[in-house]
Each structure stands twice: as C-alpha cells, then as structure tokens.
Design a protein around this ligand. Structure first.
Ligand SMILES: Cc1cc2nc3c(=O)[nH]c(=O)nc-3n(C[C@H](O)[C@H](O)[C@H](O)COP(=O)(O)O)c2cc1C
Ligand SMILES: Nc1ncnc2c1ncn2[C@@H]1O[C@H](COP(=O)(O)OP(=O)(O)OP(=O)(O)O)[C@@H](O)[C@H]1O
Length: 263
C-alpha cells in the first residue's frame, strides 16, 4: 500500500499521477468493524472493476482543527495504515486538514479531492459528511456522483446492541477502562504502543487509571502480564519488565478486579 500525504499546494501534481480508483471516504480512527464494512464494500467494487482501492482520510482530525478540541486518538496514522493495508487498500490518501480546507464547499471538495483523483466509484457510510459546515452528506454525494457518472455506495449503519458503532463510543469505553468489550467493536484487542522510558507513544490513548490484564506483544511472543495505568502517559508493568524490549505493543484484555500489588 502506498501512503500519499496531500497538502493543498501539491494537489495538482498528485492529481496528474493518480490512477483510476474506487475510493472510501472517512476519518476511520481505530478502523472499527463499522469502518471495516465500508472498506470491504469498496474493495468488492474495486475487484469487480479491476482497479485500485483508495481510502481518503485526513490529518489532523477535523474536530481538533475546527473545535480546537483535544482528540484522544485511538491510534496514529501508521497503525491505521497497517490495518487498511490488511483490508486490501492500495492507496491511502491523507489530506492535511486545515482551516482553509474547511472553507471548501461540498462540491469544491469533491471536485478537487475526489473526482480529480480519478475516482470511478465512491463508498462511504450512511452518516458521512463533508465540506464547509459539514453541509455535504450522502444525499448530496449521490446527486454529485450521478451528475458526473461516478458510481456511489452508501453503507448502512453497522450496530452493536442497537447502537451505531463509532470511534466516539470506543473512546468512551477506553476512558472508562472498559477494554473487555473492545474486541467486539474493533475486531481486535485494543492495542497501544508504549516506550518504557518516555511513556505511551503519540496519538495513542491509555485506558483510565487502574489495573489491567494485558498481553505484551514483543514481536515474537505474547507475554501475559499485569499492568497498572498510573497516568495518561505512564504504565507500570508487574513482572519481567527488565527483560522486555524498550518499545512494547500492549494489548488490553480486561480490567483486573481485586488485585493487590506488593512492591
Ligand atoms: C472540505 C471539508 C470541509 C469541512 N468543513 C467542516 C466544517 O466547516 N465544519 C465541520 O464540523 N466539519 C467540517 N468538515 C468535516 C466533515 O464534516 C467530516 O467530519 C470529515 O469529512 C470526516 O468525515 P467522517 O467524520 O464522516 O469520517 C469538513 C470536511 C471537509 C472534507
Ligand atoms: N457503524 C458504522 N456503520 C457503517 N458505516 C460507518 C460506521 N461508522 C462509521 N461509518 C462510516 O465510516 C466512515 C468513517 O467514519 P468516521 O471516521 O466518522 O467514524 P465514526 O466511528 O462515526 O467516528 P466519530 O465517532 O468520530 O464520528 C464514514 O464514511 C462513516 O459514515
């Protein structure tokens, strides 16, 4: 998979080199099972048409730019990219989200960042929004696509216990320390990267303070371990931590009840 960062001033050159694609649209923080439905629907189209599959996302998160709200990201671009590659994505466009970009009307955005990137078919979820004041939605997208003879699929809501699965909901589970339900929403254990010297790596969010059963993925084995989240950035591992590498991948299994830790 190729990762193509897109800044406004590079757009013309990127458009010239762009291959014909089916494109999935959205931010996709965590690449949860709802997102996976969207991307797999797009993959199906791409295979049918015999062309590449692209995902067009942003960075930073629109909310962090527009509402100046600190986003507790579920994962950085690199981990999102790995998941997208596993789902069969060929090109990952990461558009720099700026105040200027946010001024673009829905149609101007589609013209510059979608049609001119040679899109043959657009896929998004039922609630995708785009363009200034988030005025574009699946209805306007359907009209635009029909007018330009571009295919369009809107994927219906994928729910869990009657509620749409969303990155926002998953962030709430993480904040509450309720990591046990996350595999049902993410399709995998909630996973963060952690440096034993500097703490959690940027753009990951630790569960709330408390004790957890975790798996440490060292690259060659998974080591079950007890971990205490001490703060928003620090974790204490109980056990063999001196023998562990400095950079760890931590898979969060569940909160540990009634744990007594002896120093
Ligand atoms: C060109 C453009 C302009 C946008 N302007 C706004 C805006 O003014 N206000 C807003 O709340 N969101 C704005 N957004 C963010 C979108 O509504 C939406 O959050 C983003 O496209 C990611 O879609 P998703 O959250 O469905 O994945 C804009 C998005 C794009 C692509
Ligand atoms: N549960 C879902 N079922 C179907 N499509 C979804 C679902 N969740 C998100 N999508 C679609 O996936 C794409 C990416 O969505 P987005 O990044 O906004 O996810 P989200 O989980 O809704 O995030 P947030 O909670 O931050 O709004 C969009 O096209 C969106 O419509």
């Amino acid at each position: 998979m190729r990762i193509q960062f897109v800044e406004a001033h590079q757009l013309a050159g990127i458009q010239q080199r762009a291959p014909r694609v089916v494109m999935a649209l959205g931010y996709f923080d965590g690449v949860h099972v709802g997102h996976q439905k969207v991307i797999l629907a797009a993959k199906k189209q791409a295979v049918k048409q015999g062309i590449a599959l692209a995902v067009l996302s942003f960075f930073p998160h629109p909310k962090s730019v527009l509402q100046r709200q600190a986003i507790h990201y579920l994962e950085p671009i690199e981990q999102k990219a790995q998941k997208l590659e596993q789902l069969g994505v060929d090109i990952f466009y990461v558009v720099q989200f700026t105040q200027e970009l946010a001024q673009l009307s829905p149609d101007c955005f589609l013209e510059a960042y979608v049609r001119k990137l040679r899109v043959q078919h657009i896929v998004c979820g039922f609630d995708y929004t785009y363009g200034h004041k988030a005025l574009g939605n699946t209805d306007t997208l359907a009209v635009y696509a029909a007018a330009h003879r571009i295919g369009f699929t809107a994927v219906r809501a994928y729910k869990w216990h009657g509620e749409k699965i969303s990155s926002t909901k998953i962030r709430e589970h993480v904040r509450r320390g309720d990591v046990r339900t996350l595999p049902q929403l993410l399709g995998t254990y909630y996973t963060t990267k952690y440096c034993q010297v500097t703490g959690v790596l940027p753009y990951y969010t630790l569960p709330q303070q408390g004790h957890y059963h975790v798996l440490i993925d060292t690259g060659s084995t998974f080591i079950p371990c007890l971990a205490t989240v001490l703060s928003a950035t620090k974790v204490q591992l109980h056990g063999d931590e001196p023998s562990l590498p400095q950079l760890l991948t931590i898979q969060w299994i569940e909160q540990a009840q009634d744990v007594k830790i002896y120093a």
